[in-house]
Design a protein. Structure first.
Length: 951
């Protein structure tokens, strides 16, 4: 990388650029962002770097007044004379001028078609050789541009290609689209950024000496550094002014201000710029004021139409205040020039100039948002509003919702809030939809509520129905299912009143879905019943499949086996006839749920997999994640924890996926990790699942996250914490209509309470399962009910009766083939039989439990069972409150040896020498120990090893 004069203070950035260009030429290009304050030298750095890089450079710019989607890419294509080609009536097919192929001509084109057409044009422009797309001023970019940049980079991955995006860092605030761009580039592994910061005194000294030709004094360096804040552009302007006014003298200490000279520059570089403008002729001053009002990108023809003086324009170009960027186009030397000039123009004159430009631009069919900017500046609010609305509608119709949101805001800001016209309400509705689709949920809620409170809207049933639907969707996205459901029901009622049975059916199904999230199954069934009635009237197989499938799902949740299975079969027939892959996948998923809620986990797994396969084949990746998340749970119940954990990892890898499958996957993986003794991993996953459950209003997953956290607390001997988690499970159940998801946790909860003599808590376990089995046809709660009755009998010192209950539970569990529950039941039956004196059968059941626990990989359970078997006297199922049996954490013999030596303070090398094993092996064992103990340091681990009796 070379330049006529090496850049000062940018050696590191120059080296970075050299490496970036070299790697890009090797085919390892991508994207690089260049950021820094205005005036820090971004353009100079890039210009020098590209000068001898071997790349063909295509430049596109964003503009402060423009919200045209894909503006810089359009500019690149237009400058290169390559028209777009998409569908009928394209520029290429119709022979129309490509320079007018902007967003205004895309009303009938969807966003994907437009992107495809634009990408084709860019490929043609780029050609075969090394190509660099330079996108300047991304701080003013439209949302569509920033969202598309990663796609463009990946589309050119097979070419020698580099994309450079430049932006002013000080203008990137809040939820700016450049922030989203950076995050997306990071996620895709494409992110690199070069940041330019302000100069320190050393760099300021060097730049002053280069500009003035003489070394400056320390006092001059200090003054310039303070006034310019080390911004190179400010330093240049300041030095230029000092030299032109001949205020500097040479002294032994270096160049300084002359004796008695007053500092000519007032506070801020804008004043220095304005002082320099004082030397211009009146015509040139009028011309540059008109240019400042026109915008940051200048069209000389338009400029001359307002200020007719070619001589004045020439003077400005010769002075360097304006720069000709291409034939007939130009820009200010830097944006601060324009900003400073705008501040000095009287308001009345500025308004006159805006009025002149608006007339000129309207006559030339210029972009509508640019015209609106000038109309607004001219005080013509209604005309500006109409143009903003027109531009917003175009952006909305091609799916550029970030841009339409901005434009609708601008239009509505110009509309009297008291005005309650249909056109204004339509704009509010589209703003709400744009805000919702771009994640601006607070703004969306405000807009939807404005429509619902409108007197005019109340006369329009469809608008009110849509507003109820929109507000419900927004609230649901915030995780406020309870608040959202009534709005869905109101929308459904209004659609019914209008005679729109299809829309009403879908709204009843939305309400049903939210009710199931909250475990409000009575409401969910009522919603599903109404949806089925309406769908039947429509005779639409698609709607019938969805409605009847949802009803079957709710019936399964309520434990109604007799009705759920025939209903899901009917839904399946309608789904096949609908020939809609999304509906078929949905019903397959419902079929899987029905099997799941009646303890047929192998069948459930098969149908979840079928649903996921349909989704993958039809590009329904979001729905596929739902299927995979739920399938992981079913697979866990079959005992294949390795496969279940793998599926969970796949779901959790997706950072952009829906929160629901992530919540289920994190909870499932967390429970597996807790049962395996992987404490640190388990805690992280379980806490994530618990947090996400509350965010989206998913009522049932906390049964599992709290269960997993209770298991961890038990393993660590934190009895109060374990009890708190189990009691929270009771509380969640009492505020729901759950008849299934609480069941798994009640096995270990009842054992926990029985062993500690906590009879009231144990009675709550019995009560919950008694309630469930009285209304549910699911065999799984029956097995659990027998188990907790066994725990209650033990707590009341009736071991013979307890053994009968545990045996009954075991028989039912065996019929359902539930490996984990088999471990629970076999263990407690074995302990109870030992207590009754039947040592042979007791040991037989314990050995079976041990083998099952080992097969699952449930190390803490296996460890406790092994301890019971090794006890010469035989373990007894204590009903006292003495606490947990001491645990060896499921450690192997070698790990226990390492643990004892670690506890006395030996290093890994010393432990290796004593045990005659490699240091690397010790490293591995110590790592496992720290994880099992959930400790960060060896000291903390040593203390805990003593506490649990392993040292």
């Amino acid at each position: 990388m070379t330049s006529h004069k090496p850049l000062i203070g940018r050696e590191k950035q120059v080296d970075e650029f050299e490496e970036i260009f070299a790697s890009a030429l090797r085919g390892e290009g991508g994207a690089v962002l260049v950021s820094g304050e205005e005036g820090c030298g971004k353009s100079r750095l890039i210009r020098d770097g590209l000068e001898e890089s071997g790349f063909r450079v295509l430049v596109g710019r964003s503009y402060s007044q423009s919200n045209v989607p894909f503006q810089p890419f359009i500019e690149i294509a237009e400058k290169s004379g390559v028209p777009f080609s998409f569908g009928e009536g394209s520029a290429r097919q119709s022979g129309s001028d490509p320079k007018v192929m902007t967003v205004e001509r895309l009303e009938d084109c969807d966003l994907r078609a437009y992107e495809s057409a634009l990408l084709e044009s860019l490929r043609e422009v780029a050609g075969e050789g090394p190509t660099c797309l330079l996108l300047e001023d991304l701080q003013w970019s439209d949302h569509a541009t920033c969202d598309w940049i990663p796609c463009v980079v990946e589309a050119f991955a097979d070419q020698t290609f580099l994309l450079i995006g430049v932006y002013r860092s000080e203008e990137i605030q809040g939820k700016h689209s450049v922030r989203r761009l950076r995050n997306e580039l990071k996620r895709r592994g494409l992110y690199r950024e070069i940041e330019l910061t302000a100069f320190g005194p050393k760099e300021t000294d060097a730049l002053i000496e280069r500009l003035l030709g003489v070394a400056p004094s320390r006092s001059l360096i200090r003054i310039i550094q303070q006034r310019t804040r080390g911004i190179p552009l400010f330093i240049e302007e300041f030095c230029d002014l000092l030299e032109s006014k001949k205020l500097l003298i040479e002294t032994p200490q270096g160049l300084s201000l002359g004796e008695g000279a007053e500092l000519p520059m007032p506070e801020g570089v804008r004043d220095a710029i304005m002082m320099k403008l004082g030397t211009l002729s009146d015509r040139s001053r009028a011309m540059i004021e008109a240019a400042a009002v026109y915008g940051d990108s200048l069209d000389f023809e338009n400029l001359l139409a307002v200020e007719d003086s070619v001589e004045a324009l020439d003077e400005l170009l010769q002075s360097g205040l304006l720069i000709e960027s291409e034939s007939g186009k130009g820009k200010f030397r830097h944006a601060l020039l324009r900003e400073a000039i705008l501040e000095e123009i009287p308001w009345t004159h500025k308004r006159i100039l805006h009025q002149r430009f608006s007339k000129t631009l309207v006559n030339q069919n210029s972009p509508s948002d640019v015209v609106a900017h000038h109309l607004l500046g001219a005080g013509e609010r209604e005309a500006a509003r109409a143009v903003f609305i027109e531009s917003a509608d175009r952006a909305y119709e091609i799916g550029a919702f970030g841009d339409s949101l901005v434009l609708y805001r601008q239009a509505l800001d110009l509309w009297d809030a008291e005005t309650d016209s249909d056109r204004r309400l339509e704009a509010v509705q589209r703003l709400a939809q744009s805000a919702q689709l771009t994640g601006q949920l607070e703004e969306a809620k405000k807009a939807w509520r404005e429509i619902l409170e409108s007197d005019t809207a109340s006369l329009d049933l469809e608008r009110v129905a849509q507003a109820n639907k929109g507000l419900a969707t927004t609230l649901a996205l915030e995780g406020r299912a309870e608040q959202a459901a009534p709005y869905h029901r109101e929308a459904a009622r209004l659609f019914e009143e209008m005679g729109d049975k299809a829309s009403a059916t879908l709204e009843w199904l939305e309400s049903c879905g939210l009710a199931t999230l909250q475990a409000r199954y009575t409401q969910a069934l009522a919603d599903a019943d109404r949806a089925k009635e309406l769908a039947t009237e429509t005779r639409d197989d698609n709607l019938l499949a969805l409605a009847i499938g949802s009803r079957a799902f709710v019936l399964a949740l309520k434990g109604d086996r007799e009705e759920a299975y025939p209903e899901i079969d009917t839904a399946f027939q309608h789904a096949i006839r609908s020939e809609n892959p999304q509906t078929l996948a949905n019903v397959y998923q419902r079929l899987a749920y029905v099997h799941n809620y009646f303890a047929d986990y192998s069948e459930a797994t098969k149908h979840f997999r079928s649903a996921a396969d349909i989704c993958h084949r039809n590009d329904l990746e979001g729905q596929a994640e739902f299927c995979m998340g739920c399938m992981a749970f079913a697979v866990m119940k079959t005992g294949d924890w390795k496969e279940a954990a793998r599926i969970c990892r796949e779901v959790l890898k997706s950072e952009d996926g829906d929160t629901f499958p992530r919540t289920v996957a994190a909870g499932t993986a967390g429970v597996i990790a807790a049962l395996r003794g992987e404490k640190r991993k388990a805690r992280k996953l379980l806490e994530e699942s618990d947090t996400l459950s509350h965010q989206i209003g998913l009522h049932v997953m906390p049964f599992y996250s709290r269960w997993g956290l209770a298991l961890l607390a038990e393993e660590e001997g934190r009895d109060d914490s374990a009890r708190e988690h189990y009691q929270k499970i009771f509380e969640i159940w009492e505020n729901s209509e759950d008849r299934y998801d609480v069941v798994s946790s009640l096995y270990t909860a009842s054992t926990y309470f029985s062993q500690r003599g906590l009879k009231k808590d144990l009675d709550r376990c019995v009560h919950i399962l008694g309630e469930i089995v009285s209304v549910s046809g699911n065999p799984e709660p029956l097995a659990a009910f027998a188990f907790v009755q066994g725990e209650k009998a033990l707590a009341e010192d009736h071991p013979d009766e307890a053994a009968k209950h545990f045996f009954q539970a075991l028989e039912r569990i065996e019929r359902m083939n539930l490996p984990l529950e088999l471990v629970f039941a076999s263990t407690r039956l074995g302990q109870t039989l030992l207590q009754t004196g039947d040592r042979e059968k007791g040991r037989e059941h314990l050995e079976r439990a041990l083998q099952s626990a080992k097969k699952l990989g449930a190390r803490p359970l296996a460890s406790r069972i092994k301890t019971l078997l090794e006890d010469r006297k035989g373990a007894t199922a204590s009903s006292s409150s003495d606490g947990n049996p001491k645990s060896d954490l499921g450690l192997t013999r070698r790990q226990k040896e390492v643990a004892k030596l670690l506890a006395v303070g030996l290093t890994n090398k010393e432990i290796a020498n004593q045990l005659f094993i490699s240091t690397r092996t010790v490293d591995m064992h110590v790592g496992h120990l720290l994880d099992r103990l959930d400790c960060r340091t060896r000291t903390e681990a040593a203390k805990k090893l003593v506490e649990v009796g392993l040292a």
